[in-house]
Design a protein around this ligand. Structure first.
Ligand SMILES: Cc1cc2nc3c(=O)[nH]c(=O)nc-3n(C[C@H](O)[C@H](O)[C@H](O)COP(=O)(O)OP(=O)(O)OC[C@H]3O[C@@H](n4cnc5c(N)ncnc54)[C@H](O)[C@@H]3O)c2cc1C
Length: 415
């Protein structure tokens, strides 16, 4: 009599080849371990199981969060709170490769790494975030390279360096922040940073000033609430001027705007942004952002290559946010698995967004929206009546903002 385990062993190969749960679907390579890419990798593995081989390629050893980094800059949060590892994803079966991807060949379905090795894929997910457009502002690249100016718009070393520069500011000194024309990542982010820096200055450098020069005609998110915070909490410290675009940074650090030159002790110059360099070949919208098919998140310029997060051309009213990058990571995981199985993708996806902003270290507010696929327009449309903004900033919402961050880190990174 054949023992049960022998039977299983004898049939094991045949069983593994069945087109049912044990079937091998293929290999998905995800490039970029930020909010979009980490979430995509996690959910591909969660929903695809052993049938899908998932490799996450990221140039950095660990994950550092932009959300909550403004609190680090203003000394309201320990930097270790925004740093996380990729161990949770690895424990779920995601293979992690620390490497720089330098080229993509969609026809051969390969990517090339900086060490000249290559990886092949059945589906590729790109989540490279943003890169900066420095060429239009003479002197800006040199000022950032030399450390004379900070952007702190990619969290990490710049976050800590800007914090250190603020700590070295003499009382009576001047901090300058410049905001680029929209679209840029995190529309409320610069105004939150301004509020938190102003809060810190009032307490630690009471004679210092923060000048916020905005290339846009007005505050880009939660306008009435930020304007109320500027007037109620930060008057006398924070001065906000719209329609002020940075034109040049001189060798002595003078920041030249259309109508004035500003000399400041600390320069936080946030450059204009575009899709991360890796996705640039697929950036078919103003040669800046990647246009995608919203049902599958495939690049219009390269079917088979999916793109999520800040690098894409956003749908109307959709901000570039960690929350949406996380939502798109789930959308692409589902779509890529369906395509690997030869199934149709979800014809009516829905994503949502919530962005909290602190106006002081103790008070925060939010904006929320829901976006549904519009088959006629082939884009996502904000659902009327869903979402909205806080009636006022509050301490209760500050607690919710902290919980939101803990949750999105846990969800994206399998913490
Ligand atoms: C100050 C600040 C505050 C913010 N606060 C909030 C907030 O409160 N809520 C919110 O929802 N959003 C917030 N955001 C926005 C949020 O950080 C971004 O929208 C989010 O990070 C986008 O995710 P992503 O995956 O597209 O890009 P990223 O998170 O930037 O990830 C991209 C990753 O790709 C990697 N990468 C790029 N190119 C390569 C390559 N060639 N090879 C290997 N790896 C590569 C990078 O190293 C990086 O890890 C904030 C942003 C800033 C700057």
């Amino acid at each position: 009599m054949i023992a049960r385990r022998e039977l299983i062993a004898a049939t094991g190969l045949a069983l593994a080849g069945c087109a049912t749960p044990g079937a091998r679907l293929g290999r998905v390579v995800v490039v970029g371990g930020g909010f979009g890419g980490a979430t995509a990798a996690r959910y591909l593995k969660l929903w695809g199981g052993a049938a899908v081989d998932v490799t996450l390629v990221e140039r950095n050893e660990g994950f550092i969060s932009c959300p909550m980094s403004n609190r680090v800059i203003a000394g309201a949060l320990d930097p270790v709170r925004i740093a996380h590892g990729y161990g949770g994803l690895e424990a779920q079966g995601v293979k992690r490769l620390r490497a720089e991807v330098v080229a993509i060949d969609p026809a051969a379905r390969t990517i090339r790494l900086a060490d000249r090795s290559s990886l092949s894929w059945d589906r590729l997910v790109l989540a490279p975030g943003i890169d900066f457009m420095l060429d239009d502002v003479p002197g800006l690249a040199a000022a950032l390279d030399s450390g004379r100016a900070m952007h702190a718009w990619k969290a990490g070393a710049q976050t800590l360096a800007l914090r250190r520069q603020l700590q070295a500011l003499p009382d009576g000194g001047v901090v300058l922040m410049s905001i680029p024309k929209a679209p840029y990542r995190c529309p409320p982010g610069p105004y939150e940073r301004a509020c938190l820096i102003a809060s810190w200055l009032r307490r630690a450098r009471p004679r210092a000033k923060l000048l916020v020069l905005d290339a846009n005609p007005e505050v880009q998110s939660k306008k009435a609430l930020f304007e109320r915070a500027f007037a109620r909490h930060h008057a006398g410290v924070l001065e906000y001027r719209p329609n002020a675009e940075l034109k040049e940074v001189l060798a002595d650090g003078t920041a030249r705007f259309e109508f004035e030159d500003v000399k400041a002790d600390v320069l936080n110059l946030i450059p204009a942004q575009r899709a991360g360099a890796l996705a640039r070949d697929f950036a078919n919208v103003n040669r800046r952002w990647v246009g995608i098919d919203w049902l599958s998140m495939q690049a219009q310029a390269a079917p088979g290559v999916h793109v999520v997060g800040d690098a894409i051309f956003s749908a109307p009213g959709m901000p570039k946010s960690a929350h949406l990058a996380n939502q798109q990571g789930k959308l692409v995981a589902a779509a890529a698995l369906q395509l690997l199985k030869g199934e149709a993708v979800d014809p009516a996806p829905v994503v949502m967004n919530t962005c909290y902003s602190y106006v002081t270290p103790d008070e925060a507010m939010h904006v929320a929206s829901v976006h549904q696929y519009d088959a006629a327009e082939k884009t996502m449309r904000a659902v009327p009546g869903a979402g909205g903004v806080s009636p006022a900033a509050s301490t209760a919402e500050a607690a919710l903002a902290g919980a939101w961050a803990d949750n999105i880190w846990a969800d994206s990174l399998a913490l």
